[in-house]
Write a protein that binds this ligand. Structure first.
Ligand SMILES: [Zn+2]
Length: 242
């Protein structure tokens, strides 16, 4: 049986393959180019053995990079284990490095009337639950870059707002892995329920739209087409301007 068949995959015009090896709770993407492999995000700590098994199923014993879109526990929760078991160089934005080094992170503010009071009420209680094994990154990003060893296919840009050091991974200027800069679980909307700075997040959508990206793959939910991102950007831009 070809294990790839059970996972959703995207292939860019230049043949770069992106596979969603974990879905549901939090997406984990594997990107393969010319025999090199990188992982984007790691899901939550309690799903470690599932993640490990999936990678082995795909024949992956070694990863060149683990790129973290940001340091929240449902993205960076297994970073330490991926680094040690698969030899991945862990990539994080400078604004998130301190969080990764401590395995601890403030919860972003809620963006709507349901989530906002919940975060205020339960935030401190949940903080312990959201801790994970600290990890020392191998590559700290200070400005937008083209990832070494991957030809001209993978670049990383700063898309803050959901968290200060949120970053997006652009593959072949066609598909972007955007972390929590937007969500894919609410029909007709990309607006995340949590964000540190909503204005900044909407500006990041604008940055992403300056590229030629067609599909935006968030960490939660399914892909967003460029037309929806464009529509949301134009709609929200006015109301959140400072
Ligand atoms: Zn997050």
């Amino acid at each position: 049986m070809n294990p790839n068949k059970s996972f959703k995959t995207w292939t860019t015009k230049n043949g770069v393959q992106i596979t969603r090896i974990m879905g549901g709770r939090s997406n984990v993407f594997l990107c393969s180019v010319g025999g090199k492999h990188l992982l984007v995000d790691t899901s939550v700590p309690r799903l470690w053995s599932k993640l490990q098994k999936r990678l082995h199923q795909m024949g992956i014993m070694k990863l060149d990079y683990l790129i973290l879109t940001h340091a929240h526990y449902d993205h960076a929760g297994n970073a330490f284990l991926i680094q040690h078991e698969f030899g991945a160089r862990v990539v994080i934005h400078a604004h998130e490095e301190a969080f990764l080094l401590t395995g601890n992170n403030p919860i972003p503010k809620g963006t709507n009337f349901i989530v906002k009071p919940l975060v205020q009420l339960l935030g401190k209680i949940f903080l312990n639950y959201l801790r994970y094994i600290p990890c020392k990154p191998g590559f700290v990003i200070h400005s937008d870059i083209q990832l070494p060893d991957f030809g001209n296919t993978v670049s990383i840009i700063h898309t803050p707002g959901h968290s200060p050091g949120s970053q997006s991974i652009l593959i072949d200027n066609e598909i972007a892995l955007v972390g929590d800069a937007m969500f894919g679980i609410f029909k007709g909307s990309i607006f995340p329920p949590f964000a540190c700075n909503v204005t900044q997040m909407i500006e990041s959508w604008g940055r992403l739209l300056e590229t030629e990206i067609i599909w935006f793959l968030p960490s939660h939910g399914s892909s967003n087409h460029r037309s929806l991102v464009q529509k949301e950007y134009l709609k929200r831009r006015e109301s959140y301007q400072t």
